[in-house]
Ligand binder design. Structure first.
Ligand SMILES: Cc1cc2nc3c(=O)[nH]c(=O)nc-3n(C[C@H](O)[C@H](O)[C@H](O)COP(=O)(O)O)c2cc1C
Length: 246
């Protein structure tokens, strides 16, 4: 009924599809310069293959269902995140970016999910990078509890079992799209992280998006972050919500 009143597409899936198409058209900049090879967003040397992530099967909830009752969760229940849920979330982030910014990764202006695992089934805690298809993890290094805590402005978020940092290269984005490059990159990162959140919700998990995280020197070293060439743009905490009593 609401959709008829506002002239919106009849289903939530179609609405999302239309929104992605509109954003992709908006992001297709007129400049599209070339990115020097040394500025491409490669994983730091020393990164090694660590885990294949299993698939989770079809989502337990539809997009419309999760959009209707979605809310941000900042207090997470103890317990590990299943590796298959992490896999679905990572795949969703990367496939969203491929749809929204087609060809940008190949042009050297990619986004990469850096995954900080505190507790996930069968995965050693530490800092990882997702493979390009989102179905595996590459090991970067360990992260102390102190460095984990330093990431958050809000202490309750420390309870999240997993944090995904969508990283990109402002330098590459500048070469690609001049002054508009960084804004476009940040919008892509936001959309990718949001798609990851929806995927988590569809699997019955929860999350919180954060524009502001504070990488510590230890995380910067492990993940090879630097302010211009490879930096976190937005973060997504995922896990299970703490059930409210009663
Ligand atoms: C792009 C984006 C960035 C956000 N950044 C932060 C943040 O830095 N810190 C935070 O606590 N919440 C952040 N949020 C979460 C919003 O604050 C949250 O969505 C808001 O509280 C509304 O709650 P709701 O999602 O339950 O409707 C962000 C959300 C989005 C979409």
């Amino acid at each position: 009924m609401g959709n008829q009143v506002y002239g919106l597409p009849p289903t939530a899936d179609q609405l999302l599809e239309d929104l992605v198409r509109a954003c992709a058209a908006d992001l297709a900049g007129p400049t599209a310069g070339s990115v020097p090879s040394e500025l491409r967003l490669d994983a730091p040397s020393g990164t090694r293959y660590a885990y294949a992530l299993p698939t989770a099967g079809p989502p337990t909830r539809s997009v419309s269902a999760v959009l209707n009752d979605r809310r941000t969760i900042r207090d997470f229940a103890p317990g590990p995140l299943p590796a298959k849920v992490l896999g679905e979330v990572l795949k969703a982030t990367l496939s969203q970016d491929r749809r929204m910014a087609s060809g940008e990764t190949e042009a050297g202006n990619g986004l990469t999910p850096v995954v900080v695992v505190r507790a996930a089934t069968g995965i050693e805690p530490g800092v990882y990078e997702a493979g390009a298809a989102g179905n595996c993890l590459y090991w970067h290094g360990a992260l102390s509890q102190e460095a984990w805590r330093l990431l958050f402005f809000q202490s309750q978020l420390e309870s999240a079992p997993v944090l995904i940092l969508m990283a990109g290269s402002p330098a590459a984005a500048w070469h690609r799209d001049a002054a508009q490059g960084y804004l476009r990159l940040v919008r892509r990162a936001g959309a990718a992280a949001y798609a990851g959140w929806l995927a988590a919700l569809q699997q019955g998990y929860d999350g919180c998006l954060m524009g502001s995280t504070l990488p510590s020197p230890q995380l910067n070293e492990a993940a090879g972050f630097d302010p211009a060439g490879r930096r976190p743009l937005i973060a997504l905490a995922i896990g299970l919500r703490v059930e409210s009593p009663g």
